[in-house]
Design a protein around this ligand. Sequence first.
Ligand SMILES: [Zn+2]
Length: 248
Amino acid sequence: MLDLGSCDCTASTVAPGSPDMPRLQLPVSAYLIRLVDGAHLLVDTGMHRGHVDDPDLAWRGTVSEGDLRGDMTSADTLTHRLGELGLTPPDVAYVVNTHLHFDHAGDNDLFPHARFLVQRAQVDFARDNPDYPGRFWDLPQLAYELLDGPADIAPGVRVLPTPGHTPGHQSVVVTLPQTGTVILAGDAVHIAQSFERDDWSAHHDPAAARRSAYELRDLADSTGGLLIYGHDRSRPQSLRLAPHASYS
Ligand SMILES: [Zn+2]
């Protein structure tokens, strides 16, 4: 699990009606998976590295300016985090974007040699949509392979459509030899309190978002799996970050 800084945003982004916390610092993460054949698969790419010098890089001049800001140091860049593991971007063979928001696909341009695996419904919705700035991901040098539903990406790595946060959102189910099932929810579930509040109105399709979130929780319950929320490292308490720790 790679620490890629935080998104400084208004609380209504993930927790509607919370005047007690007008701003939130949401941790931004990516996940590096070493496949059985030794190839590396990356889930999400975080915010664009340009946010280190310019927190308003993504949204300046738009209605979201000031609402969504990147809070990153140079240590929080994806290249730095990969470097801590002895890797460079060309070592990444596959990139799965849970979806194409700026905090999940911001550094996609680092991987022109990789195969990108994204749901077709997400690409169709995001293309030319100002909420999904195309300059971060809709680039001619990037090879997108479009998925239509669940797919086995590699041994032990499966993607599941979890629409609602956005059309074509997908989550990633990883089966590890020792840890067992790990479910990377992406923004299907932002934070643990999403379940406690049971308010999904911040999502594109709240009813679908609620369905997807509970499907993931049921899957975690039935497999004894670890469900990792998109922007919450406080729970489960046991989350461990690279390069100091990994899951095997
Ligand atoms: Zn997000």
